[in-house]
Design a protein around this ligand. Structure first.
Ligand code: DC
Length: 220
């Protein structure tokens, strides 16, 4: 199987880019952040305190999180319920960033991710794909952009959806999430030694896709 790993911080454009690259290659796009978000949603719905590591460990084995593809779109099922529409709220983002630091949460989702990549050609995005989940991926990309550019992208995304958004608040949240994702002891966000760094700050989406397709062609 061909495995392409795309890692990077929040708002770097991973999912937009990974989706397009997967479509070009006719591979399956796997959004691992959505799996952590589904777990976070489960924990929130169960009334678990985001600071209570023992309760998170005890609860995370319970839900069944599965991934399906409907018309090419990844659907995350939490105990059979399609929860896609609930995954992108600030509350879920915050809980996902906290609960994803828990080793039991990671162990559970790691198996699911490895299993998908064994069965399918995938473009998988996340934080630890090149370093931990798919260390043998044929292509590894580390996608990044400046904090200001990433905050601006998130802000526009929300405004386009008709939601309220505050740029300063988004920038602060992104910084906080980066800090937590990069400094946790288990599977922190970091560039794999054999990953190619792509800084998208001054690139359009099409330019980034073209750059990555070029890297893939060189490697495979
Ligand atoms: O990519 P995202 O914003 O949807 O990810 C949500 C959270 O999940 C993020 O704060 C970090 C965590 N995450 C992770 O720890 N490992 C991954 N492979 C993917 C996401």
């Amino acid at each position: 199987m061909i495995n392409i790993a795309i890692d990077g911080p929040a708002g770097a454009g991973k999912s937009t880019i990974a989706k397009k690259v997967a479509a070009e290659k006719n591979y399956i796009y796997v959004d691992t952040g959505a799996m952590y978000r589904a777990m976070a949603l489960y924990l929130l719905r169960s009334g678990i305190d985001r600071e209570d590591a023992a309760a998170i460990s005890a609860a995370c084995g319970k839900p069944e999180i599965t991934i399906e593809y409907r018309d090419g779109i990844q659907v995350v099922l939490l105990d059979g319920e399609n929860v896609n529409e609930f995954l992108r709220t600030p509350r879920v983002s915050d809980m996902a960033s906290r609960s994803s630091a828990n080793p039991d949460v990671r162990a559970k989702l790691l198996e699911l991710q490895k299993d998908l990549a064994r069965r399918e050609n995938v473009v998988m995005d996340g934080r630890d794909i090149g370093t931990v989940v798919l260390p043998d991926a044929q292509v590894k990309i580390f996608l990044t952009a400046s904090v200001d550019v990433r905050a601006d992208r998130r802000y526009r995304e929300l405004i386009e959806k008709g939601e309220k958004a505050d740029l300063d608040e988004i920038r602060a949240q992104i910084k906080e999430r980066d800090e937590r994702d990069m400094n946790r002891p288990i599977s922190p966000l970091k560039q794999a030694e054999d990953a190619v760094l792509v800084d998208t700050s001054d690139m359009t989406i099409d330019e980034v896709v073209a750059a990555i397709m070029h890297i893939i062609e060189e490697k495979i």
